[in-house]
Design a protein around this ligand. Sequence first.
Ligand SMILES: NC(=O)c1ccc[n+]([C@@H]2O[C@H](COP(=O)([O-])OP(=O)(O)OC[C@H]3O[C@@H](n4cnc5c(N)ncnc54)[C@H](OP(=O)(O)O)[C@@H]3O)[C@@H](O)[C@H]2O)c1
Length: 350
Amino acid sequence: MAINFAKNRNANFGKQYFCEEAMKAVLVKEPGGPEQLYLGETPMPELNENEIRVKVHASAINRADTLQRRGHYPVPAGSSSVIGLEMAGEVEAAGEQVKKWKAGDRVFALLSGGGYAEYAVIHEDMAMPIPPNLGFEEAAGVAEAYLTAFQALVWLGEFAEKQNVLIHAGASGVGTAAIQLANLSECMIMATAGSEAKLQTCRDLGADLAINYKENDFSEKVLEATSGKGADIIIDFVGASYLTQNLKCIALDGRQVILGLLGGASGKEISLGAVLTKRVKIIGSTLRSRDLEYKIRLTQEFSKACLEKFETGQLKVVIDRIIPWEKASEAHQYMESNQNTGKIILKIHP
Ligand SMILES: NC(=O)c1ccc[n+]([C@@H]2O[C@H](COP(=O)([O-])OP(=O)(O)OC[C@H]3O[C@@H](n4cnc5c(N)ncnc54)[C@H](OP(=O)(O)O)[C@@H]3O)[C@@H](O)[C@H]2O)c1
């Protein structure tokens, strides 16, 4: 039975709806390189009573997607096996218990999978309204970068006014969001990146100091800029290759939040002396594996604190480029070559 969603919108609304229909999605032939991605068909996700089904207009690429494609990121239990951790689109159908949304509402959300697809199903409390001045492509780049950065800075990093914040990979999707969030308060923002163009982006977004980690020992630059005090919070995506320098330039009672391991998970021996004497907290986190209740709380708190700031222009989504989903391989290849500044958006429905 083929379903024309436009025609059946009202009929589907408010009913529990189980669909055996197929939809288009970007799939993986075999675990491996970007060439393994192709546009194929997969079953439509089922809709439960407190969920909405969204017609996806755009998704965005994340590092975890490239790991999943390679077969190095197991899909959390109960999540879609289709790649994609965020999306923006229009509400198409809703379960019986849904109260907040109606057909046609423009929403965006974090997903635990299933973003590179025509339709995604989410709990109604995970959806956020798209600020009126944002298009689907911009909104598709907000959730993963901003919720990760908000969680790392505010919840895990215990962010406070007048502190010194060091944000690694400052021109990454998450890095560009973290710099802007920190810039909403009075604090000193330091960022690292690997090219002059990326450093300039960090400065434009509010970094007081932008350090080329390929040309400098960033720990020395941080200590110099903070008169020896160091960074109160370090947002780190790099891991092992940065640990010694991070511990050198972290402040007394500093918090280092590890979100990624782009520089490896293990390396040469490190001394725990600085952890002890500086009373450092080293906190690791992955957002995708958090339970639904945690993600809903994070979504709601972020929405309350930050959504209107996208309307006023205090926050924005840094978009490197928009790529049609037929060219998802190209988008993955581009990210894996570390070329992007900010988000790579995947355009799905026109
Ligand atoms: N734990 C979580 O909850 C969570 C959630 C979302 C994302 N993440 C992680 O956050 C990181 C950023 O994600 P994203 O999607 O924003 O990434 P992205 O836009 O692809 O940016 C990553 C950037 O990191 C830099 N980089 C890569 N390898 C490096 C290395 N060995 N040493 C130093 N810098 C390196 C590169 O910039 P340069 O040119 O400046 O070197 C690269 O462009 C990823 O590791 C991702 O897995 C974690």
